[in-house]
Ligand binder design. Sequence first.
Ligand SMILES: [Zn+2]
Length: 268
Amino acid sequence: MTPDLMIPILAGLFGLLLGSFLNVCIVRLPKNESVVKPRSKCPRCSKEIAWYDNIPVVSWILLRGKCRGCGLPISPLYPLVELATGVIWFLMAWHNGPTLAMVGGGFFFTLLLGIAVTDAREYIIPDEMSVGGLVLGLAIALAKGWVALKVALIGAAVGFFLLWGFAAVGTWLGKRMGMVGGEGQPDEAMGGGDIKMMAMIGAFLGWPGVLMTVFLGAAAGSIVYVPLNMMGNKKLVPFGVFLAMGAAITYLVGNDLVNLYFRFIGVA
Ligand SMILES: [Zn+2]
């Protein structure tokens, strides 16, 4: 095996294990349970899951997606999250080599995945992911791994206050339009989780990335939810899912999009 491939494979294996832990976080953090103890159990028969039935992706395939104790299906979400996290770390190592940029990118995308899945399932963005990620993003900037510390700090502040402003305006408008604050309606147009999540994204991407993320997230959210709403579906919007998508696109092709835009308006 070439040494070029060795590091991405090791990073991918680390990603699979991290993905397994991410599953624990996705299930337990919204319930305010410890992610360290106790050992994982089958949610249906409460049988403890042995280590050999808890190998990322592999065990789910060997068990054909069924619990060894009760034979009832195990959600394919678990192996998918593990696989996705493994692929994230493999690709980050492939593109960046064993650098701080690889570590930063790996954790950034792992956090976005965790937030998107938790928000879609429970409409909750745990502080451990948003505020924890904020601290991690600033630490990586401090270690000169990515964006400059000043850009990261301004990014975190812009992300926080931009979403806080949107939330305040959205709640005010929503109440006047009878969409917020009534019976069976949300109390606020946007949760505090989204605000803290955007501070985290700002710490990783800097303030230009924050603006693009919010723009892309709002656009994607509208494209999906406005037609659904017009068809009578009044479900709560897990906005964190769309912000995570916007942040991922910004990380991957943000600069290209900005250049394309400038060329489009004739500046460059
Ligand atoms: Zn079971």
